[in-house]
Design a binder for this molecule. Structure first.
Ligand code: G3H
Length: 254
């Protein structure tokens, strides 16, 4: 599930000294970074028409996956039937304050529905209450329920102090997550390169890093990829790769 790094797929001058080359994320045109973007549709009033349009956009621009609300996975899958696109969804979004039993049931239902990708909130309230065992057990339960689909956990790092960040990341690693993600959405905090770089340094190479939260420009995408992100989650994928289109996203809708 861990994607190869951007560097793996780009060698503009074979034989040159690698350290003399700019990072590929800085020089590739926006359309060629679409494969790093998880095209995300979140919100309270999402309609079938929007989900189907979102799935078509995923195919048209070559995004890594279309991420849609749990109840709409079937519609995205239907729209992408026969095409190589991948469909993902999210668990207990956006707050992560549901019961472990409910989150486990949601994970199982989504896996049974055939999702390719799963992002999960974590119960950050447990962590902030120093209930570390409950916090870790909840992540483990979701990871086990989702298997064999890997889980990306949204760690809500902007809400945590440095010690809490360490505990949070370690619990995710110990639970066997596939990816760590800095935050669930822009309303929690805008993804910034220093946080992504922290995450990249805190997890082993076998764990991917996804940057998300208020990413609305190609410059932001380039910056988080250079900082070590493997994937970028954003509600503004089309705008980012085309330079036009509406600004969307949880930053404004929550
Ligand atoms: O993983 C993707 C996030 O939900 C997108 O956050 P955003 O709505 O702030 O772009």
């Amino acid at each position: 599930m861990v994607a190869p790094t951007v560097t793996d797929q780009f060698d503009p001058h074979p034989g040159d000294e690698p350290d003399r080359l700019p990072h590929p994320a800085l020089v590739l045109p926006p359309a060629q970074l679409a494969g790093r973007i998880q095209h995300t549709l979140v919100g309270q009033a999402i309609t079938e028409r929007q989900v189907r349009e979102h799935a078509r956009e995923c195919l048209e621009y070559g995004f890594d996956a279309a991420i849609v609300p749990p109840s709409w996975v079937w519609a995205a899958q239907d729209e992408m039937r026969g095409a190589p696109g991948r469909v993902g969804s999210f668990i207990d979004y956006p707050h992560g304050s549901g019961t472990t039993a409910g989150r486990v049931a949601e994970a199982r239902a989504l896996v049974d529905a055939g999702v390719d990708e799963l992002d999960s909130t974590v119960n950050i309230g447990y962590l902030l209450s120093s209930r570390y065992d409950e916090f870790a057990a909840d992540i483990r339960a979701v990871v086990e329920a989702a298997s064999p689909v890997g889980v990306k956990v949204m760690l809500e790092l902007p809400l945590l102090n440095p010690r809490q960040r360490e505990r949070c990341v370690q619990a995710a690693i110990d639970a066997g997550v596939a990816f760590v993600k800095n935050a669930s959405r822009g309303a929690v905090g805008i993804a910034d390169p220093s946080t992504i770089s922290y995450l990249r340094g805190a997890v082993p190479d076998s764990v991917g890093v996804k940057a998300a939260g208020g990413i609305k420009t190609i410059e932001q995408v380039r910056a988080v990829l250079v900082a070590g992100a493997d994937l970028v989650g954003t509600s503004c994928g089309v705008r980012i790769v085309t330079g036009g289109g509406p600004v969307r996203g949880s930053l404004y809708s929550y």
